[in-house]
Ligand binder design. Sequence first.
Ligand code: JFZ
Length: 452
Amino acid sequence: RIETVILTCIFLTGSASAQRPDRMTWWREARFGMFIHWGVYAQLAGVYNGHEQLRGGAEWIMNRSKIPVAEYQAYAKVFNPVKFDAGEWVRAAKDAGMKYIVITAKHHDGFALFKSAASKWNIADATPYGKDVLKPLAEACKKYGVKLGFYYSQAQDWNNPGGAAARKVAAEGWLNPDSAKIDAYTKEHNGHWDPVQETATFAQYIDEVAVPQVKELMTNYGDVAVLWWDTPTNMTDDAALKLQALLKLQPDIITNDRLKRPNFPGDTKTPEQKIPNLSELDGKDWETCMTMNGTWGYRTSDNNWKPAETLIRNLCDISSKGGNYLLNVGPKPDGTFPQQSTDALKAIGSWMRVNGEAIYATKASPLPELAWGRCTRKDDKTSTTLYLSVFEWPKDGKLVVPGITLAATKVTLLAGGKVLQSHDNNGQLVIDLPARPPGKPASVVKVTLKGK
Ligand code: JFZ
């Protein structure tokens, strides 16, 4: 039966990391990356016809404000990011301690940040800027040693069928809907957008837009380290298999679990805007993606920026659970980062220059949950090193570490290297700390234990 054949193919071609675990090594050691959401929606910046978009990220404004396709596309005619400097973006990520970048090559509005032969709805053909931005970004990533990944919205494309259906799919949990149902729903619901759709059916959109565009992304930009699919519903197995087959063009590429659920698991799980509890972890690689301010795309009027301290503690928390942190920046229509993003990235970079050893190439904590902070670990042949990120500095100067069964041979502060005294107290390690922490929002104590 065809389903058996498909599922057998999927099983055999599923996550390649099962065959080549080393492929994941750089990703697991990286721990920290930059998400970039950028496109025509930055031009609207969360406001349409004088009304502020109230629900969802500013990158959803076409949908949330029901902007007719032709009207939305007119905004591209004034989208001209003359201050875009790929080197500036990559240096900002690198200086913040980020080891990879994932950028929205094409988000749900269908607008491509690259010159595409499959659709004229792209930055090179539809804007006065008139140039592909992924190429200079790829060159800058190569120059500065930062891995490059592409986000691609394969199932939702509001310039083609399937867009409205995807929303119903997400809302009503249509899993594995057949394309006829998608097409019928789309025709019934996309009409209010006066669509200038390029294709008539979902299957045609997949064959004539999504597959050729993903092939362009896998072919024209050198090494691509990550393919970040989005909208795992509203997909058919046939469409998912066609897209997955393109990964052979980048044999070491890492993909996430959003191509199609549940039978296309990819390499990494993608909890969104939340850090999983230990009980939710199942041993599979995972990456939490988060915004700094509640919107993925740029929005002028927003004031709920998370303080850098929170972002740093998130990084410690995520690393202590063995996950990666993909922190988002939504660039402005002129091609520069919002000042709040730049300031946060600089603060994180300052902390990482002192404490990055406690994040990079670490594994999850072996300790019970810690009330005062988080722990990460590294193992070598004869010893284990624990990195204790102390958020709440003990007032009595005694740091009590539960669950330590090995002898501590050396205890130091990462900031400055000061050697600290410690003693065992019935399976708890008690460390004598200086009166004040050397830094905020987390000071790291490095503990070397003999044995494993
Ligand atoms: C999706 C996009 O709709 C959004 O614009 C952004 O790109 C984000 C990174 O991904 O949003 C999601 C996707 C999945 C969930 C929630 C929002 N989810 O699984 O709860």
